[in-house]
Design a binder for this molecule. Structure first.
Ligand code: SF4
Length: 488
């Protein structure tokens, strides 16, 4: 059966979409025909001057009025897209849906249904969880099914059913509609043996058209074993699974030979060092591959980056090995330099010297350390916040970049923090995931924004590069405060 995999604006334009490449491989393995439509890239080419693809501007894609104006300005293009999908003869059209893509995905889904109401429209991706979000999406008339969580097993199975029955029926891992009623088929277990998954298939993408034609994404692990109480990773990925070091190496080797010219990989994992053995084995294999002096050896100039947790084992010799194996950048989720706050977050380690040592060793090994921070975690006092600022000042030379969370401290539905508001002394009255306030009224959105601003201003004063999220809040502060006031 033929399926169209669609990416609507807005999404990154640096490299092809990994989720689509993973789905393409899984679907083809089960005998289905795939056609990929990266409309995000094509819309970007015609609207580059808008600058809306920069991280600090992505809020435009979540604003109904702005997206409405965008639709009016791009009427012909959207008509063409709907027509292309119709002409592709794909019976199923699947959209990868995120906060920044869902509005235009829905617009295209409506147009496709207008052209051919018999097409099956499936939504999947990070916007489709937890169940509450899936339920919101399935209620739209144009959406026939919503996939929850990983799609590599669900989507081929769903296609098999549609092919056989010419309709959607009960399939674990989806929401669908039957006689107008929404049916929740429940989650399915996380894919246990990820080593057995087929390598992502990027053959539908023209790499030369992306912002960085030498770069590909890779996913070496799913989920995270750490217990941070604010984190929603477990909701989507359920449990932690990691490819073996040998399997990571083989996948990269496959892509390097299939796509000559690729010399950089971005690990899309939440953390690449949760399984230190796998990471260490991978580095050993890369180091051995780099020894081959053959001119055509694609490993020779290979570099990569990924996100990591701070842990004792990230010592100077290990970081030196990572550097020699091609690692040029690591992203640390530090969040707060106050040990009291880290304990509230349940985010080890609880030793300030380890935090400083790992970030400094990273810098000294020649790897860029990008470090993430949050503001106003429930229980964070002004003194705690000052400890974070002092940490920034003291270790300024070690930071290649800091990322200041643009939601400051979002309480994601489904997380431990969300389920235990009173334990965290968050007021349950008029609770809002972004605009929540503490029971004593001291920790409110404007106060969190104030801390964020102070942090960003300090980073700028210290000449520490600030990521787009920080600039976004500084640029659009009034907009964010207005939104907060509208919500009161
Ligand atoms: S280490 Fe990062 S990904 Fe893992 S639970 Fe904590 S915040 Fe989430």
């Amino acid at each position: 059966m033929k399926i169209a995999l669609v990416l609507a604006p807005s999404w990154g334009i640096e490299s092809p979409h990994l989720g689509i490449a993973l789905l393409s491989a899984a679907l083809r393995k089960r005998g289905h025909t795939v056609e990929v439509f990266d409309f995000n890239l094509r819309v970007h080419k015609q609207n580059k001057e808008k600058g809306w693809w920069k991280g600090e501007e992505d809020l435009h894609w979540e604003d109904a009025n702005t997206v409405g104006g965008f639709i009016r300005d791009n009427e012909e293009l959207l008509k063409t897209f709907a027509q292309e999908i119709y002409l592709s003869r794909a019976q199923v059209v699947s959209f990868s849906v995120y906060n920044t893509t869902w509005m235009l995905s829905l617009e295209l889904a409506n147009r496709i249904k207008d052209v051919d109401k018999n097409k099956f429209i499936v939504f999947g991706g990070q916007r489709c969880f937890p169940e509450l979000a899936a339920e919101g999406l399935i209620k739209h008339a144009a959406v026939d099914a919503v996939v929850l969580g990983e799609g590599e097993e669900v989507l081929p199975e769903l296609l098999g059913k549609i092919e056989k029955l010419k309709r959607i029926e009960f399939c674990p891992g989806i929401f669908y509609k039957e006689k107008g009623e929404v049916i929740n088929c429940g989650r399915r277990p996380a894919i246990a043996n990820i080593d057995a998954l087929t390598y992502p298939d990027f053959s539908d993408f023209s790499l030369a058209e992306y912002g960085n034609p030498h770069q590909l994404p890779i996913l070496a692990s799913r989920g995270c074993p750490y217990p941070c109480i604010f984190c929603s990773t477990k909701l989507f990925w359920v449990n932690f699974r990691c490819l073996s070091g040998a399997r990571i190496f083989k996948e990269m080797d496959f892509q390097l030979h299939r796509h000559p010219g690729v010399s950089f990989f971005t690990f899309n994992d939440h953390v690449i060092n949760a399984d230190m053995q796998a990471l260490s084995d991978f580095c050993d294999l890369v180091l051995a591959a780099k020894q081959n002096q053959n001119q055509d050896n694609p490993w020779k100039g290979l570099n990569w980056r990924g996100a990591v947790v701070i842990r004792e084992e990230m010592d100077a010799p290990f970081l030196a090995k990572m550097k020699a194996a091609g690692c040029i950048e690591l992203e640390y989720g530090l969040e707060s330099a106050s040990l009291a706050v880290r304990k509230l977050m349940r985010k080890p380690p609880y030793d300030i010297q380890v935090l400083e040592r790992v970030i400094t060793d990273t810098h000294n090994s020649g790897i860029n350390a990008r470090v993430n921070f949050m503001f106003g975690f429930p229980g964070e006092t002004e003194e705690d916040f000052q400890e974070t600022l002092n940490f920034l000042k003291k270790n300024r030379a070690a930071f290649a970049q800091v990322h200041a969370s643009e939601t400051f401290c979002h309480v994601d539905p489904g997380t431990y923090l969300f389920e235990h508001l009173s334990e965290a002394k968050i007021s349950e009255k008029k609770f809002h995931p972004l605009y929540w306030e503490s029971q004593d009224g001291k920790n409110k959105y404007p106060e969190r924004l104030r801390r964020h601003q102070e942090f960003c201003q300090l980073a700028v004063a210290l000449n520490i590069p600030l990521s787009s999220g920080g600039h976004k809040i500084m640029l659009h502060k009034e907009h964010f405060l207005k939104k907060y006031e509208e919500n009161l």
